[in-house]
Design a protein around this ligand. Structure first.
Ligand SMILES: Cc1cc2nc3c(=O)[nH]c(=O)nc-3n(C[C@H](O)[C@H](O)[C@H](O)COP(=O)(O)OP(=O)(O)OC[C@H]3O[C@@H](n4cnc5c(N)ncnc54)[C@H](O)[C@@H]3O)c2cc1C
Ligand SMILES: *[C@@H]1O[C@H](CO)[C@@H](O)[C@H](O)[C@H]1NC(C)=O
Ligand SMILES: *[C@@H]1O[C@H](CO)[C@@H](O)[C@H](O)[C@H]1NC(C)=O
Ligand SMILES: *[C@@H]1O[C@H](CO)[C@@H](O)[C@H](O)[C@H]1NC(C)=O
Ligand SMILES: *[C@@H]1O[C@H](CO)[C@@H](O)[C@H](O)[C@H]1NC(C)=O
Length: 507
């Protein structure tokens, strides 16, 4: 009798799943050793990477940046496959390097000398939180006097920093020559603008829910941050190109994962169409959001349920929603659209313009996706990101028109927009959000716990018969302790689990 090859099934054809498949398939011996397949619930590869087109420009609906090119495996693939140059215009964000203008609600262009001290304050507070080399200035030592570093959030540290700054600069006059903004409210608005950018980096609705100490564990690659000229999806295509046709099966949504099944193949996958597939090893790469919903009582995705430690980790870790909105400029021909940073009045404050919708008030900027592009872009995070998923395109356009007209003082001529594209990562059942973060109450250890394979390591003194090892393995962005939330974190996690299996089979 011929023994069956061990069957490995990877759930999800995103970065983690494809990195694992690529590694398992291209390893010289293993390609004939395993029966390998990928089951993907959607109809395309890439997952949270989705390059597409908007008004003739190449845009990214999901992952956009290589966060630091030095040491990034994504950058290496992009370079080796010649993906960093293109004749078609793409979302290269070159305007970032020109000076953005900061405008306060009401259309007041702010003098950089007013913005800069607050930007510097914010940056030095963030640098301190992230453990970067920063001189302990007056503000930081003031904050450290009051802070209890235990269970502290990034948000509360930042706000205490702003309070300390005010207590040190309190002798300055409280008035500005900017409309009827008080100095304090304007500084607060600029600070809040920076907080919004930080919310987008981390996907957290409220920075007060972002763990303080974890920020020093997160690793950022050095070097430039760039976007990919041929589109982020071209990196995905490069990884998938070596896999044989048919290895990736589409429209295969896994609903239940049965494990510890007494058979030669201890894992049994149940698909939404009622079919099943048995395997020796399954690599789960679905998002933390899909896992959160999967462990709920209604869904019970795992049978038997996951060990308590894993459920705890899944529940405690943070996972938020970030969405992008692309708009086509249909007027404004006479002027170049600037990189516009917006300082809003606080929602509901007496000075705030009631015509500006609340969902736009925590957005920090609108900018063309490259110099002179007719496509402008804004990012949304948390509650507002969820909110815009259910607005009509008309509501989005009119909200942006009102806002931009207010900030750029278009003399009563409302700026109009043509097409609009808004992403919907939060409601899409295959993602249920955008990326993970370390919430207050969780820690990077929870990501390690999430990454542990099942069943748990066999207890040698236990008399019960050992169950087959490595039935369920976990990869995906949220399983990487230091590079979570990124494409390279997802990539590393896929390699990690492929290597775990290769080691197990001594190759
Ligand atoms: C708007 C946005 C902007 C981002 N910007 C950046 C950035 O600039 N730089 C960066 O590095 N990262 C960025 N990211 C994060 C990055 O995209 C992700 O970290 C990474 O792509 C995650 O890869 P993954 O393989 O872990 O998960 P996924 O890409 O989510 O892959 C999981 C796959 O599993 C499939 N799946 C889900 N459920 C099931 C099921 N039940 N059955 C079968 N298949 C299923 C999904 O369809 C998906 O294809 C961004 C993400 C978003 C949403
Ligand atoms: C990915 O892009 C395609 C093409 O624009 C679009 O139809 C699809 O809805 C997108 N998927 C996600 C999950 O954003
Ligand atoms: C000042 O605020 C009031 C509302 O409190 C508003 O009506 C007025 O237009 C504002 N003035 C300026 C110059 O912005
Ligand atoms: C830390 O904060 C979380 C969330 O706010 C809370 O549930 C937990 O009890 C706190 N832990 C301590 C030790 O204060
Ligand atoms: C291993 O199993 C034995 C017997 O069941 C038990 O007494 C012991 O606590 C277990 N050890 C661990 C580390 O789980």
């Amino acid at each position: 009798m011929v023994t069956k090859k061990p069957r490995i099934v990877i759930i999800g054809a995103g970065m983690a799943g494809l990195a694992a498949a690529n590694k398992l398939y291209t390893c010289p011996i293993s390609n004939t050793l395993f029966d390998l397949s990928i089951v993907e619930g959607g109809d395309r590869i890439g997952g949270r990477i989705n390059s597409s087109e908007f008004c003739g420009d190449r845009i990214e609906q999901g992952a956009t940046w290589i966060h630091g090119i030095e040491g990034s495996p994504i950058h290496k693939i992009a370079q080796d496959s010649n993906l960093l140059h293109s004749n078609q215009p793409w979302e290269c964000m070159d305007e970032i390097y020109d000076d953005p203008i900061t405008v306060a609600e009401g259309g007041h262009v702010l003098n950089p000398s007013f913005v800069e001290p607050i930007s510097t304050l914010f940056k030095s507070l963030m640098d301190y939180i992230q453990g970067k080399d920063v001189q302990e200035n007056g503000v930081i030592s003031e904050v450290l006097k009051f802070c209890n570093l235990k269970n502290l959030s990034v948000g509360s540290f930042l706000r205490q920093g702003l309070e300390a700054y005010w207590s040190i600069t309190k002798d300055e006059k409280g008035v500005t020559n900017v409309g009827n903004w008080s100095r304090k409210s304007l500084e607060e608005a600029i600070f809040a603008m920076h907080e919004s950018i930080q919310r987008t980096f981390t996907s957290t609705n409220n920075l007060c829910n972002l763990d303080y100490s974890a920020e020093r564990v997160y690793i950022m690659f050095p070097g430039e941050e760039i976007t990919i000229a041929k589109g982020y999806s071209s990196v995905i295509d490069a990884l998938a190109s070596v896999l044989p046709v048919g290895m990736i099966q589409f429209g295969r949504k896994v609903e239940r994962i049965e494990w510890q099944v007494e058979s030669s193949r201890p894992v049994k996958l149940h698909f939404s169409d009622g079919t099943t597939l048995s395997a020796n090893h399954v690599i789960v790469t679905v998002s933390l959001g899909v896992l959160k919903s999967g462990i709920s009582e209604e869904l019970n995705m795992f049978n038997p349920p996951l060990p308590n430690s894993k459920n705890q980790a899944i529940s405690k870790l943070g996972y938020g929603v970030v969405n992008k909105v692309f708009l086509e400029l249909s007027s404004f021909q006479d002027k170049k659209f600037p990189f516009l940073q917006m300082a809003f009045h606080q929602t509901g404050s007496l000075q705030s313009n009631p015509k500006i919708p609340p969902w736009i008030r925590r957005t920090s900027f609108i900018c063309p996706i490259y110099s002179n592009s007719r496509t402008v872009l804004s990012w949304f995070t948390g509650q507002e990101a969820i909110g815009i998923e259910s607005l009509t395109e008309e509501e989005i356009k009119s909200g942006f028109s009102t806002t931009v007209s207010n900030f750029l003082s278009t003399n009563g001529n409302e700026l109009k927009f043509g097409k609009v594209l808004r992403t919907q990562w939060g409601t899409n059942p295959l993602f249920l959000g955008s990326y993970s973060y370390i919430a207050v109450g969780s820690s990077p250890d929870d990501m390690d716990t999430l990454a542990e394979p099942l069943p748990e390591i066999i207890n040698l003194s236990d008399s019960s018969p050992p169950s087959p090892p490595l039935q369920i393995l976990f990869a995906g962005e949220a399983t990487h302790r230091t590079h979570y939330s990124t494409t390279h974190g997802a990539y590393f996690s896929g390699l990690r689990e492929a290597n775990r299996l290769l080691k197990h089979y001594n190759c």
